[in-house]
Design a protein around this ligand. Structure first.
Ligand SMILES: [Zn+2]
Length: 381
């Protein structure tokens, strides 16, 4: 918890926590967490995508690698647990295992991914997708740091990936449980669109002769709210943005999620048709662009079972729940089996400085994660 506080003070902005891909604060955060990794006996390095890696090498020759981790970047004005908690609990679990004198039949590598939230380039999982080797040409065209493709790791190296994360929702709290096992991660699409109208004088252009880009965009925002799946317009940019000018151009973002990929795709198709209809009726030009898409991911049955056993071992009821938020585990699922453990958070609040977890719950998560790795070691030796 003290480390969460210390890390939460490293920010690109004064007075609030914002730490984005490749920023000065991100570099400082990697330095600090790297020191904690070293203290836990790990070999530390940073890869070409600024992911922080801490490795415990197995004594067995030719051993494969099991991954633990989460992300060290944040949203704007973030809480201090979303991401860092997964890296710091992994470091604490390693310390516990070392104190117990556990020998591992596989290498254990903790990763602090450099970009999960996608604040810098509006494209999520840059760090973990660089690691998994699944960046697309479109991703690379958007970003300055072309060297990040060199990060790609050999998928044959890995046994699996496990991530501890705050729930970011109210379900565990409602059920009075400190931790829960994740069954699946919802698929998501991020889109960007523009309505182009005609800017004009707010006093002289009659209402029936206007091509108001913002009024068109507003119709689409309301349509998104009622599209039947989880959809959010989080950013709206209005040009020229003056009180006495009819908006000539508006750009907006759209985030769509659902456990079922087919239902998500259908909702997006319906929204696109709606946007075309709005644009036609109002005499606007529409630009519709899919920025990024991630399919829904099922967590690995075997790894999830081990998590369940470890929770039961701690004398707790095992609760299984899906994740509406995306996680690095979704990106890692392209190269190995994945599993996730959620920690209860206060009021389900996240992406907010009010984000809060209990020290006791974090202790349980560390114990469960240590037991998980130990059981995995037994089953693989
Ligand atoms: Zn996160």
């Amino acid at each position: 918890m003290r480390r969460c506080d210390e890390l939460g003070a490293i920010s690109d902005e004064r007075g609030r926590l914002t730490r984005t891909f490749a920023s000065p604060a991100m570099r400082r955060a990697n330095k600090l967490v790297g020191a904690w990794m070293r203290e836990a006996g790990l070999q530390v390095r940073e890869d070409a995508a600024f992911n922080l890696l801490g490795r415990w090498n197995s004594a067995q020759p030719g051993a494969k690698t099991f991954l633990l981790g989460s992300h060290l970047d944040t949203v704007r004005d973030a809480g201090k647990f979303d991401g860092p908690l997964g890296v710091l609990t992994a470091i604490a679990a390693v310390k516990t295992l070392r104190e117990r004198g556990v020998k591992l039949p596989f290498n254990l590598e903790i990763v602090g991914f450099s970009d999960e939230e996608g604040v810098h380039y509006q494209t999520a999982y840059l760090g973990s997708r660089a690691f998994a080797g699944t960046l697309t040409a479109a991703d690379l065209a958007r970003i300055k740091e072309k060297q990040i493709v060199k990060t790609k790791r050999n998928r044959n190296e890995f046994l699996g990936y496990a991530e501890v994360h705050i729930e970011q929702g109210p379900v565990l709290e409602k059920n009075n449980l400190p931790v829960g096992v994740v069954t699946a991660i919802a698929g998501q699409s991020r889109l960007r669109m523009e309505f182009h109208g005609i800017a004009g004088h707010a006093g002289t252009v009659p209402m029936n002769l206007r091509h108001d880009a913002l009024a068109g965009a507003a119709e689409l925002v309301l349509a998104a709210e009622n599209c039947g799946v989880t959809a959010t317009v989080g950013k709206l940019e209005v040009e020229s943005g003056a009180s006495n000018v009819i908006p000539g151009r508006v750009s907006l973002t759209l985030d769509v999620r659902d456990q079922k990929d087919a239902r998500r795709h259908a909702a997006i198709k319906a929204l696109q048709t709606k946007a075309q209809t709005i644009a036609k009726r109002r005499g606007l030009k529409l630009i519709w662009q899919l920025v990024q898409q991630t399919a829904g991911v099922h967590c690995d049955k075997t790894l999830t079972q081990i998590f369940s056993k470890s929770i039961a071992q701690c004398g707790l009821e095992v609760m299984k729940l899906p994740s509406g938020a995306g996680h690095d585990a979704a990106a890692l699922s392209a190269i190995c089996p994945v599993a996730m453990l959620f920690i209860r958070c206060k009021g389900g609040i996240s992406h907010n400085p009010a984000e809060s977890v209990k020290a006791g719950d974090v202790r349980v998560a560390i114990e469960v994660l240590a037991d998980f790795v130990q059981t995995l070691a037994k089953e693989n030796s």
